[in-house]
Design a binder for this molecule. Structure first.
Ligand SMILES: [Zn+2]
Length: 333
């Protein structure tokens, strides 16, 4: 089936720009900076690809700073976006929502607005060159001030981004602290998704739902609670699941415990995503393949159903969704 997973048109809702740039492109971007890399290919891989089983989330997150610290020019951001779009096109992703934290990529001389403006320009210039279309999502961060998060949303609105997100350490900064941030997103008419329940905290998922999120990043903590799963199924909330990453970081202890089967039984909606293509050494093709290998059969019909469902939840217009559905129908005709 791997060949089919590769060939089939796919949709990706949850992919972080900084965690998905290929090592070759990271080297190229460094080459254009004032501090070229002095690492062999093997050393570079060791720094930007996390081990298959990390000790903890901290070990996983240690792969990011080296990349984010060099993405602070329009050229670097364009090359980064180009690289991720190329990877997605190569495995037949039709539409990919790519997220980034403006604050993490900004510096004293390169503002959050410059980060967003650069990516919007890059998207415009690149989109015709690849078969994948892209929606940009700006991440608010749990560790940053309310003022900064509100500014992220304001800028996302100004630059007509697809949506906003909340990412970062959910144990240290619980979702409930971000009520005002999402009230502002709601008021601004910015669609949003929230990372919640990645590291076992169900309260964060509950609060995200209370704040009106129709999409939850990861959300696997839901599997702890039958009535919450039923509620999420009834409310038609979609989980953006990232299987390989969840196993890697220990968010799910094993494939055996990975909750796709119980979600299917109860009718909780989900779709597969890479989260971080480079840090997790994955592709959407690999995500389907791993779940199919370790958990359950994913036949052609299921791939099609999941793809059509993911389209329903994209942060785009109904016209754009209809066009994507046509492309999927064409493939399966
Ligand atoms: Zn994520």
């Amino acid at each position: 089936m791997k060949e089919f997973y590769y060939r089939a048109p796919k949709i990706e809702l949850h992919c972080h720009l900084d965690g998905s740039i290929s090592p070759e492109m990271i080297r190229k971007i460094y080459g254009l900076s004032s501090t070229p890399l002095d690492l062999t290919d093997e050393e570079l891989l060791g720094k930007v690809v996390a081990p298959e089983r990390c000790e903890n989330l901290t070990e996983y997150l240690s792969c990011f700073p080296m990349v984010t610290s060099v993405l602070n020019t329009p050229t670097a951001l364009k090359l980064a976006l180009m690289d991720v779009m190329e990877q997605a096109s190569r495995e037949n992703v039709l539409y990919q929502e790519i997220r980034f934290s403006p604050k993490h990529l900004a510096t004293e001389t390169f503002s959050m607005e410059a980060v967003i403006d650069s990516l919007v320009q890059a998207k415009k210039e690149l989109e015709g060159n690849y078969s994948v279309a892209v929606g940009l999502i700006a991440c608010c961060m749990r560790g940053q001030s309310e003022e900064t998060n509100i500014e992220v949303i304001r800028l996302a609105k100004k630059y007509h981004l697809a949506g906003v997100d909340l990412a970062g350490d959910e144990l240290k900064y619980p979702t409930k602290e971000f009520k005002n941030v999402f009230l502002f997103a709601e008021k601004s008419g910015m669609p949003y998704t929230i990372h919640a329940g990645e590291t076992g905290n169900l309260e964060n998922v509950k609060d995200a739902i209370e704040f009106g999120a129709k999409r939850i990043g990861h959300g696997i903590a839901l599997a702890q609670d039958q009535s919450m799963m039923e509620y999420v199924a009834k409310q038609e909330i979609l989980l953006e699941m990232c299987p390989v990453c969840n196993i890697q970081t220990g968010a799910a202890k094993s494939w055996q415990e990975y909750p796709v089967t119980v979600f299917d039984e109860i009718g909780v909606k989900y779709c597969f995503n890479t989260d971080n293509r480079t840090v997790s050494n994955t592709t959407l093709t690999r995500e389907f393949t791993e779940v199919a290998t370790h958990k359950q059969v994913i036949n052609e019909e299921k791939v099609k159903a999941q793809t059509l469902q993911a389209i329903d939840y994209l942060f785009i217009s109904e016209t754009e969704k209809a066009s994507l559905r046509n492309q999927v129908a064409h493939f399966y005709a």
